[in-house]
Design a protein around this ligand. Structure first.
Ligand code: HC0
Ligand code: SF4
Length: 578
């Protein structure tokens, strides 16, 4: 430990701390734009490019960027001298000189760190004038790039290259023309982008934002010829409350359902229900492939979860020779859409064309997934519109619906009844835990008494655990974050790691940390609290195994026969494309 003094307060901090971290431990928040640290040193952006976080260090001539300057014994720091404040303001004004002034109509308005700083520093006129760069806007199915607003903080670059290892966004050009872009400045849609949306999650300004579809939802709801139903993903209920002033880690499921009913949806359903259906198909595929494996077909395993569309796109781009590894089961979002349009609509006497299926997801890649051609029939998609948690919050605020003023209510039947296994899909390790609960009983024929597979839980980016299933030792791998996924898959490919089943989610923490969730600014503690919400819901569910969900049972009895039947294959399974 070393002794340092910050703004006159003496403290002791670990030896390798930065000034920024040391100040934070004293409750002194030094403003910054480019700094980012998601949980560990490997997940850090400390290029110190924005220079907003400068401070004065006694004995040094130049101001020091606090995010990248380590402390030393006896260091004396001032974070708020006139010189510091003047310097920060000047940096800000220079940034603003080359920044569009259309804040009122900006996608990040109200949530933009640059805007917050302009308010904090009382900017009332733009002192410097000069050239402003102009780029074309780049529209993809999930993400919109508006590079006129880029401030070259490079958070997205760190996220895309270092953390996710996708390599879609890099700094190109120099000086004034410098910008973050895909190779050859091509459109995102033509690049290796997976649409995980993590770049949007960390962009402090309006340079990267989601393709906003809230008004598509409003138009559908206003159309008297359409029946409009909505499904809500597991992770949404664990974070939506943050937008309405609830403490982080509050479950707002009941209030959210009431709000969706108030908006006028004709059915308010739960993706969790479809997650249970996914488990039926995935667990039977695991069982079938395990039998083949035990009969000597080494290639039948490992099986890989396939419900994260960013992960699917990543493996299609990066491991085209491994496309027989993922389960062919569609994601819960797409299973829900397929059942809603092919079974539920018929039962309700609604024509496919007159039914609009909306999904609320913590995710931006789900927008892209909904648009994949294989998930449509004669041009009519199974899921018509996918909006993010943030977009739902905006929509509710526009409609003057305050979550805090609402009573709780329940999802509509039958596509709203879920088990504890369905809800944990939204956190890392949850999909494979849910699958293991069901596969265990199917493989051993025994009742599983303790459904909590603690060994599969945790926050390690990549973890491997052994689960005893009868006489079998099932080796299970779990990765969250695409960089961790790549490492794990390389090991599987080279034979260094022998696994039977793998879960991969593209976002840190799984969907609770998705690119469409309320901004967490890199704070992993928020993601952990959301995880706890899902674990608590699971704990309190009466039924915690997907195959015991009554409506799941009846849908097989009445429509799909059994998991992996011909009918189930047609409706609930998919293909991957190199
Ligand atoms: Fe997820 Fe899902 S758990 S991917 O993260 O599998 O988006 O929450 O909806 O589809 O259920 C996202 C979350 C889902 C799907 C489910 C899965
Ligand atoms: Fe979307 Fe979840 Fe995958 Fe993130 S982990 S890209 S939120 S499905």
């Amino acid at each position: 430990k070393v002794k340092v003094t910050i703004d006159g307060i003496q403290t002791e901090v670990p030896k390798n701390s930065t000034i920024l971290a040391a100040a934070k431990s004293l409750g002194i928040n030094i403003p910054s734009l480019c700094y980012l640290n998601i949980g560990s040193a490997d997940y850090k952006n400390d290029c110190a490019s924005c220079r907003i976080c400068v401070v004065e260090v006694e004995g040094r001539k130049n101001l020091a960027p606090s995010c990248a300057t380590p402390v030393f014994e006896g260091m004396n720091v001032t974070t708020n001298s006139m010189r510091v404040m003047h310097s920060r303001k000047t940096v800000l004004e220079l940034m603003l000189s080359d920044h569009p002034k259309d804040c009122l109509a900006c996608s990040k308005s109200g949530e933009c760190t640059l805007q917050d700083l302009a308010i904090q520093f009382g900017i009332r006129e733009i002192r410097f004038e000069g050239a402003e760069s102009t780029y074309r806007k780049d529209y993809s199915p999930s993400i919109i790039r508006d590079m006129d607003k880029c401030i070259m903080c490079r958070r997205c670059e760190t996220m895309c290259n270092k953390i996710q290892t996708v390599g879609a966004l890099s700094g190109v050009n120099r000086g004034f023309e410098a910008v973050v872009a895909p190779a050859f400045e091509q459109d995102l849609e033509d690049s290796v982008c997976t649409y995980c949306g993590q770049c949007v999650a960390v962009c402090p300004v309006g340079a990267l934002s989601e393709a906003d579809h809230t008004w598509k939802v409003v138009r559908a709801l206003a159309n008297p010829k359409k029946k409009v139903i909505v499904q809500v993903a597991p992770a949404v209920r664990a974070a939506l409350g943050e937008e309405f002033g609830y403490p982080v880690g509050t479950n707002v499921e009941g209030e959210m359902v009431t709000a969706l009913k108030k908006l006028g949806f004709d059915g308010v359903f739960d993706t969790n229900w479809a997650a249970d259906l996914t488990i039926m198909e995935e667990a039977s595929e695991l069982k079938a492939r395990l039998e083949k494996y035990l009969a000597g077909d080494e290639k039948a395993l490992p099986i890989l979860t396939s419900c994260c569309p960013a992960w699917v796109k990543f493996i299609e781009h990066n491991f085209p020779d491994m496309l027989d590894v993922p389960s062919t089961a569609k994601s819960p979002q797409q299973m829900f859409g397929a059942v809603a349009k092919n079974i539920w609509a018929k039962e309700e006497g609604i024509n496919r064309e007159d039914l609009v299926v909306v999904s609320v997801m913590p995710c931006l890649a789900k927008k892209y997934e909904a648009g994949r051609e294989e998930f449509s029939k004669d041009g009519n998609p199974d899921v018509d519109i996918s909006i993010s948690t943030r977009e739902l919050a905006k929509l509710l605020k526009q409609a003057n619906i305050d979550l805090k003023k609402l009573e709780k209510s329940k999802f509509d039947a039958p596509l709203g009844d879920y088990t504890g296994a369905g809800v944990i899909f939204g956190r890392t390790g949850g999909v494979i835990e849910a699958a293991t609960r069901t596969a265990y009983e199917w493989i051993t024929g025994e009742t599983l008494e303790n459904v909590n597979f603690e060994v599969l839980r945790g926050y390690e980016g990549c973890r491997v655990a052994t689960v005893k299933v009868g006489d079998l030792d099932l080796r299970i791998g779990i990765a969250h974050g695409l960089g961790e996924a790549r490492k794990l898959l390389e090991k599987v490919k080279s034979g260094e790691e022998k696994l039977h089943a793998i879960e991969i989610m593209a976002c840190k923490g799984g969907c609770v940390g998705g690119g469409g969730q309320p901004y967490h600014n890199g704070n992993f503690e928020i993601i952990k609290k959301r995880t706890e919400v899902l674990n608590n819901i699971d704990e309190n569910c009466e039924i915690r195994k997907s195959h015991e969900n009554p409506y799941i049972k009846s849908i097989y009895e009445n429509h799909l026969e059994k998991p992996m039947s011909h009918k189930a294959h047609e409706m609930l399974h998919t293909k991957y494309f190199p």
